[in-house]
Ligand binder design. Structure first.
Ligand code: SAM
Ligand code: DTB
Ligand code: SF4
Length: 339
């Protein structure tokens, strides 16, 4: 079914309770109601990106304090994947601060995909633009998902990025789809865009030849040094409405609360889940910015009755680590980014 912007606007602007009821009804028809997909995220190549995305801490054009790092060694990536597996995570996502990968990097990237798949994890990569051959190589290696966001509406896009076009993004998504890799594509809310930009972005995603299997909705993390550092606060109900519209327009997709959960209270997150969000990143760091703390996520899931088996196994692991720390045979390390 192809959606019109008018239809989507009508859905979005219903009274809040009606919107949530519609979204939750559709959610229950298509997904398990109390199950949230838990993903891990690792930056495999950080900083010094040539692109000018105005929200991004990794663009070389802004002084954000993010340190440039070279592509990580395979063993470091595999170690993070093993930890994710031990944490009961199903999908391991890797991000690189590139405009696009070079052909010379492809054998290394495909080897990483193969080895992570051998651990029994689903794989996702976000490496920037891909050409047809690169998408096919990643597909042959068994990559499950490719993340490439539209970020916003076509008309607002030019205010945010000038170094690649909206059509470039759609072309990469087409190569990914044609290669047989599942699509992960969404956007960012809170960059100064209007409600109709959010609606148009979701309509564009829903009207792709096949909607993305995964739709990450990021709340802008206002990064010091970027042109968007002083954007206004986002109204939480607007974020929840956006999630609900994504759920209604794309009933079968996983809808993820991606960046920004660190700043959301428990009640806002619970309403996002009610509105049909069923995926999060778990782990105290996203690519370079902080994520919600792991222990807080576990508490929230326990309070809401989400993923009960996973919550129980995390509780047991945490208890045994605390015992080991008390005996001096384990030292907890924090990976949180300094504020
Ligand atoms: N360089 C690749 C690209 O742009 O396609 C992959 C990595 S890029 C960091 C992945 C996505 O992270 C972006 O498309 C954007 O949606 C999101 N992102 C980056 N900075 C963000 C911020 N400050 N707040 C929220 N989302 C952000
Ligand atoms: C997505 O939509 N959000 C994630 C993932 N895809 C790669 C990235 C969020 C990045 C937030 C800023 C940072 O950590 O640097
Ligand atoms: Fe580079 Fe991606 Fe950041 Fe844009 S969003 S500056 S392409 S890392």
């Amino acid at each position: 079914m192809k959606w019109t912007v008018e239809q989507a606007e009508k859905i979005y602007s219903q009274p809040f309770m009606d919107l949530l009821f519609q979204a939750q009804t559709i959610h229950r028809q298509n997904h398990e109601p109390n199950k949230i997909e838990i993903n891990a995220l690792l930056s495999i190549k950080t900083g010094a990106c040539p692109e000018d995305c105005k929200y991004c801490p990794q663009s070389a054009r802004y002084q954000t304090g993010v340190k440039r790092e070279k592509l990580l060694d395979k063993e470091e990536i595999l170690q993070a994947a093993r930890t994710a597996k031990d944490n009961g995570i199903s999908r391991f996502c890797m991000g690189a601060a590139w405009r696009n990968p070079s052909d010379a990097q492809m054998p290394y990237l495909t080897e990483i995909v193969r080895e992570i798949k051998d651990l029994g994890l689903e794989t996702c990569m976000t490496l920037g633009m891909l050409n047809k051959n690169q998408a096919e190589e990643l597909a042959r290696a068994g990559l499950d998902y490719y993340n490439h966001n539209l970020d916003t509406s076509r008309k607002y896009y030019e205010k945010i990025i000038s170094t690649r076009s909206y059509d470039d993004r759609l072309e990469t998504l087409q190569f990914v789809r044609d290669a047989g890799i599942k699509i992960c594509s969404g956007g960012i809310i809170g960059m100064g865009e209007e409600t109709d930009d959010r609606i148009e972005m979701l309509v564009t995603l829903a009207n792709l030849p096949k909607p993305p299997e995964s739709v990450p909705i990021n709340q802008l993390i206002r990064i010091k040094g970027t042109p968007l550092e002083k954007e206004d606060d986002l109204e939480p109900f607007d974020f929840i409405r956006t999630i609900a519209l994504a759920r209604i327009l794309m009933p079968k997709s996983q809808v993820r609360i991606a960046a920004g959960r660190e700043f959301m209270n428990e009640q806002t997150q619970a309403l996002c889940f009610m509105a049909g969000a069923n995926s999060v990143f778990y782990g105290c760091k996203l690519l370079t910015a902080n994520n919600a703390e792991e222990s807080k996520d576990e508490e929230l899931f326990a309070k809401l009755g989400i993923n009960p088996k996973w919550v129980e196994s995390r509780r047991k692991l945490r208890e045994s680590l605390q015992e080991a720390a008390a005996l001096g045979i384990y030292q907890p390390k924090s990976e949180r980014v300094a504020e």
